[in-house]
Ligand binder design. Structure first.
Ligand SMILES: Cc1cc2ncn([C@H]3O[C@H](COP(=O)(O)O)[C@@H](O)[C@H]3O)c2cc1C
Ligand SMILES: O=C(O)c1cccnc1
Length: 362
């Protein structure tokens, strides 16, 4: 593991300062947008969630004229020691292999992001294999996590450093002009830590939040449940302390996603939360800063059984139902269209007065 992390106090101070920068939405801008939406040539509220999205985008950006110019998917990669227990259908080397695939533009997220006009920014937060060129590993916090069935997956230092790496990647993307972000994950085995986080924070029984991930068979599913039971019994994560949960049963890419979400909130930038893994990470972010939830948008509903519970924890319903179960940011990239659509409505529709359309009588 990496020995050269900054001292714990320094990491804690930096992280606390990030949390302190997160503010509530701009209610004045939201009121102005609601007024404009109600003046447009449609029965009030008839565009449903699209109207709520436009309103919230204004509250996030602090203006009655929110804009989405550049968009980026922040794809965090990391490995998991718990794969030694046989919890995934695929071998661990798929994580670095997929990192190269992302860089070459051949993965599902590359196809969807290209179509959406978004950039894919792939970061190695904790892959367990060397990557070439070595510069690809500059953000790496550790060579994967430890096996959470035997003890804590991370140290508190590693968890904080990974949160800060995610925040830095998001900050760079925002500095580069991106006004809309999405989360994405890659890490063989990461539905296991995600299930652990969802079980601990929602209090749901393990059986209800453990799924087949990449497609494990019945035997491996029973094993995955048993391994998760052991991980919770050995680590006893404190449901009231999200950082404790992240450290004991989390992951480096999961921490980085949580950090990116918190940084997006601190920089008044909307961030779309992808499937099961990203939603588990968003739950950690929500517990660390409840204000951050207003900066998040849900995307699709995953086939993973725990996902609905995770979304409900955040107060969200999925925007898309396409039976997806991939991660990488695929559902989030698809949802970019809906966020952009909400602004086309706001900016391009005529008002009743402008178009000479008669208003509601009763
Ligand atoms: C080729 C391939 C591409 C992927 N892209 C995302 N995942 C997804 O599957 C993994 C989680 O499932 P589990 O916990 O069962 O391992 C993560 O890497 C997730 O991003 C992939 C998985 C594979 C095999
Ligand atoms: O919903 C997801 O994000 C997901 C589900 C299974 C495997 N990987 C990701």
């Amino acid at each position: 593991m990496n020995q050269s992390l900054p001292p714990l106090e320094q990491l804690e101070e930096k992280f606390d300062s990030l949390l302190r920068r997160i503010e509530p939405l701009d209610t004045e801008a939201m009121a102005q947008i609601r007024k404009r939406l109600d003046s447009l040539t449609k029965p009030q509220g008839s565009l449903g969630q699209l109207e709520e999205i436009a309103t919230r985008l204004g509250g996030i950006q602090g203006t009655a004229q929110p804009q989405i110019t550049r968009k980026a998917v922040l794809l965090m990669a990391g490995d998991h020691g718990v794969v030694a227990e046989g919890v995934s259908a695929f071998p661990q080397e798929v994580t670095p292999q997929m990192v190269y695939n992302f860089l070459q533009g051949g993965a599902a997220i590359n196809a969807l992001a290209r179509q959406a006009g978004a950039q894919v920014i792939c970061t190695d937060v904790g892959v367990a294999f060397p990557l070439e060129p070595a510069d690809l590993m500059r953000h790496r916090v550790a060579n994967g996590t430890r096996n959470m069935a035997m003890g804590p997956a991370l140290t508190r230092q590693e968890a904080l450093q990974a949160l800060l790496v995610g925040a830095e990647v998001a900050e760079d993307a925002i500095q580069a002009g991106n006004r809309l972000l999405a989360t994405g994950d890659m890490g063989i085995g990461n539905t296991t830590p995600s299930s652990a986080i969802v079980a601990v924070l929602t209090g749901a029984p393990l059986a209800e939040v453990v799924g087949r991930g990449t497609g494990i068979n019945d035997g491996a599913l029973a094993k995955k449940r048993e391994v998760l039971g052991r991980a919770l019994a050995v680590n006893k994560p404190d449901p009231g302390d999200a950082l404790d949960v992240l450290t004991k049963v989390g992951g480096l890419e999961i921490a980085a996603i949580a950090g990116a979400v918190l940084q997006a909130a601190a920089a008044r930038t909307a961030i779309v939360i992808d499937g099961f893994i990203s939603t588990a990470a968003a739950m950690i972010a929500a517990r660390l800063s409840p204000l951050s939830v207003s900066y998040m948008f849900p995307s699709h509903g995953s086939v993973e059984p725990g996902h609905r519970k995770a979304l409900a924890f955040l107060g969200f319903e999925p925007m898309l139902n396409l039976n997806m179960r991939l991660g990488e940011g695929t559902g989030a990239a698809l949802s970019f269209y809906l966020l952009e659509a909400s602004l086309h409505i706001l900016n391009e529709m005529a008002t009743f007065a402008d178009a000479g359309v008669s208003e509601k009588e009763g």
